[in-house]
Design a protein around this ligand. Sequence first.
Ligand code: MLT
Length: 393
Amino acid sequence: MNVNKNYKNLNESYLFSNIAKKVNDFALKNSDMEIIKLGIGDVTLPLCPAIIEALHNAVDEMARKETFKGYGPEQGYDFLKTSIQNYYKNFEVSLDLNEIFISDGAKSDLGNILDLFDKDNSCLVPDPVYPVYVDTNMMAGRRIIFIDANEENEFLPLPNEKIKADLIYICSPNNPTGAVYNKEQLKKWVDYALKNNSIILFDSAYESFIDDNNLPRSIYEIEGAKNCAIEFCSFSKTAGFTGTRCGYTIVPKELVFDNMSLNKMWLRRQTTKFNGVPYIVQKAAAAVFTEEGQKQIHENLNYYKQNAKVISGTLDKLNIKYTGGKNSPYIWLKCPNNMNSWDFFDLLLNKIGVVGTPGSGFGKNGENWFRLTSFNTLEKTQEAMERFYNLFK
Ligand code: MLT
């Protein structure tokens, strides 16, 4: 028996588990300090009433013989897929129902999709980046090419014809930097992928934070994208499903390589390795798209957007450089006095009990940068930023 030795190349623990452990250790020793977490992008508002009502109704259905559900379709119920299909019509994107696959969240699918691709493919990831893209490819022993996302390119790198890559990860609005590609920039990536026979893995988990109607919310708003892109999305940040778990992946039928349809391969993979998302959770997710549901989730999204303003307003007052905060729940700031990211993390935790995420945890270009999220409560965000202001003024 040989173990997968690629695991040796991974960091000892996943970034957010590592931070959680550090914070817990600190909390045990400093019980008098109220710790405010603006670190992991986890939501704080409860599920909205339309979703709760749908959940209750679905639970009641499970209690009656006539409406009880056993195994569902591995790729999701049509009622939810139809709601998603209609939602995409808002961006003038037309999808077939069998191009939509319901999952338990974008993170799992972003890892699982790699089953479809040869190990010898190279993959291109921006640096800094959501660690899941890197770690899942490292586990598979795949070659990773990093491209720089930095101040010079406003954290929005564009393709370089000299670099050839088979799989390309793009997250827009970006985690961690909050930067958002416009249509012209995304078109450059689509053209590159079409020319080089590459696949774009497009993570749109934060699309619902986009306020600017000129910015693309789906890669399929870009001509040609259906021939080169798979899109991953999630209800986690849009509707507070981080603990409830539901997302979806779009695999267009046009994606045929070596006479093999990626859509059919993904269906085959899911029907073999996945038994679907619970019926009650899919009912809850479908409620997100009702008129009431949309109104209520937008109230929640506006609440987080208000928090982002509290954070960016404080940074403005302190003349600290940052990206994001607009069209994104993340604020990516330059550590004052060019401090190292982990030193800055320790300083904030020790002096003011505020937790963020060190930029270097997302890659080498994240060094000297730091990520704050707008997902805590307004009161705690205000309190955290008041402490922050007093520390740096
Ligand atoms: C983050 O903080 O980057 C996100 O919560 C991670 C995730 O969605 O898995």
